[in-house]
Design a protein around this ligand. Structure first.
Ligand SMILES: [Zn+2]
Length: 182
């Protein structure tokens, strides 16, 4: 089991600053995201099964209800698949690059949609601190689970109305957020 003392401290170039162990093999992916998006301060990578099922199918997690809209302001995008050269080369760094490119090409703000599905792989989630990143990873998994079952119930189900998505996201995250009155 991992303990706090096992955490390896690295700088943004991947140099180990403190710690006795090797950093995660996924470190280059995280570094690409931290450099591209300085506003995010923590990243969580899981292979949680429901979100991973969507990633393996190569489909976005569409917003189907307010549970999704409270955290993600629109679809959680699925990246394209990495090509052979990317996989055989600097694979982990390329994974980060494809995530950043997906958000750029689709004009998605990473602070408004704090998660991604990497095709054939699994989810990454992030936040302003580690607690928020873990929460977002858990919410992503719950939303993926509900979306998959919803599509079994009704394969033609369409995304939640934009006005409802907007209302729920803004009341929790907008300038005039009232959710919880904080
Ligand atoms: Zn992984």
């Amino acid at each position: 089991m991992m303990e706090a003392k096992d955490i390896v401290i690295c700088d943004l170039d991947g140099n180990v600053i403190d710690g006795k162990l090797q950093p995660s093999s996924d470190l280059p992916t995280h570094l690409v995201l931290y450099k591209a998006w300085p506003q995010i301060r923590a990243i969580v990578h899981t292979h949680s099964p429901w979100a991973t099922m969507l990633a393996q199918a190569g489909v976005d997690l569409e917003p189907l209800g307010t549970t999704h809209a409270d955290t993600f302001f629109g679809s959680v995008p699925c990246t394209r698949e990495l090509i052979q050269e990317e996989i055989e080369g600097a694979y982990e760094e390329q994974t980060g690059q494809v995530i950043v490119k997906t958000f750029e090409e689709r004009h998605i703000a990473p602070e408004q949609v704090p998660a991604v599905l990497v095709a054939s792989h699994g989810p990454f989630a992030w936040g302003h601190d580690p607690k928020e990143a873990v929460e977002n990873a858990l919410i992503l998994e719950q939303c993926a689970w509900m979306a998959i079952i919803d599509r079994l119930i009704d394969p033609s189900l369409s995304a939640v109305q934009l006005c409802l998505l907007d209302r729920h996201y803004q009341r929790k995250h907008g300038k005039n957020a009232t959710y919880g009155q904080h």
